[in-house]
Ligand binder design. Structure first.
Ligand code: SF4
Length: 323
C-alpha cells in the first residue's frame, strides 16, 4: 500500500486481506423499479435520478443473472486472472421485488462457485425482515462462506435535505434498516453525496459521526452530478442552486474522513457520472484525478481517516475523569 492510500482504509486492500487475493465486483442489472418512482412512496424519484436507476455501467437487464455473471466474469478472468467475485445487484432497488423473484435472483447468483459474496443495493424503506431472513437462511446453508452486504442509499443525514431531494424516506428509516440488517450480522455499505446543494460542513461531519456511531462497515462517497431532463437538471439550468467548487468538495471529503471511524472501509471517494446527457459532472475532470488530489491533500495536511474520531463512548466522562 502506498503512503497516500494508507491515510484511509482502501476497499481493494481490505478485500485482498479478507479473501487472501483480489476480489472483483460484478454488476447485475435486474428489471426493476423503485417505490420512489412508481408512486408507492413518491412520483418521479429523487430529483437527481435519471431513468437508468444508477445502473448505467451494467449489462442489459434482459440477460439472466447467470448470463450477466458469466459475461462479466470472463472479462475479469481474461484480463486479471481473477478467481473470486462479489455479485453486485446494482441498479434500482433490488429488494423491491416480489419475495419469490428476489429469492430466485439471489439463488442464481450464489449457485456460481466463484461467487464469494453478494452485495445488494436498495433503499432504507425497502429493507424487510422476510427478505433478510431469506438471505440469512441462504448464507447459513451455503456450502462455503458467503459474504452478505447490503448497500443503502442515504445520500445525507440531513432530513431537511432528504425532503428537498425527494428521497421519499427520512433518517429514521435508515436507522431502522441498519438495525434490522445488523441483527443478522450482515455488513452495510452506505452511499453519501457530500456536496448536495443544501448541505454544509456541519452535515458532512454529522454524516461521518452517524455512520461511525451505527457501525457501518463501508462507505461510498459520490460527488453530485446533474443529468438533463431531471428535476435537478431543470433547477440547475434555471440557476436555482450552485455547486461547490472542486476544492470545496475535496475539503469536505477530508473533513468527512477525519471524523470517520478508522475501521470503516472506503469503497469510493468520488463518483463517476453517466456518459450521456450530463449538465455537470466532476468539474469537467476525471474522478481519478480528483481522487489523486484528495490523496495529495491528505498528505500535505498530514491528516488521515479517524484523526477526529474521539466523540463516542461518553466523551465528556472520558475527558473529565481522564478515562
Ligand atoms: S432511490 Fe435510486 S432509483 Fe429510486 S428514485 Fe432515488 S436514485 Fe432513482
Amino acid at each position: 500500500m502506498s503512503e497516500q492510500q494508507s491515510r484511509y482504509r482502501v476497499y481493494s486492500t481490505h478485500l485482498k486481506q479478507k479473501f487472501g487475493e483480489k476480489v472483483y465486483k460484478l454488476p447485475i442489472n435486474l428489471p426493476g423499479s423503485c417505490p420512489n418512482r412508481d408512486g408507492t412512496v413518491g412520483q418521479g424519484g429523487c430529483i437527481f435520478c435519471d431513468e437508468e436507476g444508477a445502473g448505467f455501467q451494467c449489462l442489459p437487464n434482459t440477460l439472466s443473472v447467470q448470463e450477466q455473471l458469466n459475461s462479466n466474469k470472463e472479462f475479469f478472468k481474461r484480463r486479471f486472472n481473477a478467481r473470486k467475485f462479489i455479485a453486485y445487484f446494482q441498479a434500482f432497488t433490488n429488494t423491491y421485488l416480489p419475495l419469490e423473484t428476489f429469492k430466485q435472483n439471489i439463488a442464481a447468483a450464489v449457485s456460481d462457485n466463484d461467487v464469494v459474496g453478494i452485495s445488494i443495493s436498495t433503499r432504507p424503506d425497502c429493507v424487510n425482515d422476510r427478505y433478510l431472513d431469506f438471505l440469512l437462511d441462504i448464507q447459513q446453508r451455503h456450502h462455503q462462506p458467503l459474504d452478505v452486504n447490503i448497500e443503502l442509499g442515504l445520500q445525507t443525514v440531513n432530513y431537511h435535505t432528504l425532503q428537498k431531494v425527494n428521497r421519499g424516506h427520512t433518517l429514521a428509516e435508515f436507522i431502522d434498516a441498519v438495525q434490522r440488517i445488523h441483527s443478522r450480522k450482515f455488513e452495510i455499505c452506505t452511499h453519501l453525496i457530500l456536496n448536495l446543494p443544501w448541505d454544509d460542513d456541519l452535515d458532512v461531519i454529522e454524516n461521518a459521526k452517524l455512520l461511525s456511531a451505527l457501525g457501518i462497515k463501508y462507505v461510498k462517497l459520490h460527488s453530485l452530478y446533474v443529468v438533463k431532463n431531471t428535476v435537478l437538471g431543470d433547477m440547475y439550468q434555471r440557476g436555482d442552486f450552485s455547486i461547490v467548487t472542486k476544492e470545496e468538495y475535496i475539503n469536505r471529503v477530508i473533513t468527512f474522513l477525519e471524523y470517520l471511524d478508522p475501521g470503516i472501509v472506503i469503497q469510493r471517494l468520488v463518483g463517476k457520472g453517466p456518459q450521456e446527457d450530463l449538465l455537470f459532472s466532476n468539474w469537467n475532470t476525471s474522478w481519478w484525478s480528483i481522487k489523486q488530489e484528495i490523496e495529495r491533500k491528505l498528505k500535505e495536511l498530514d491528516t488521515y481517516q479517524g484523526k477526529k474520531f474521539n466523540y463516542l463512548n461518553g466523551k465528556a466522562v472520558r475527558e473529565k475523569f481522564e478515562l
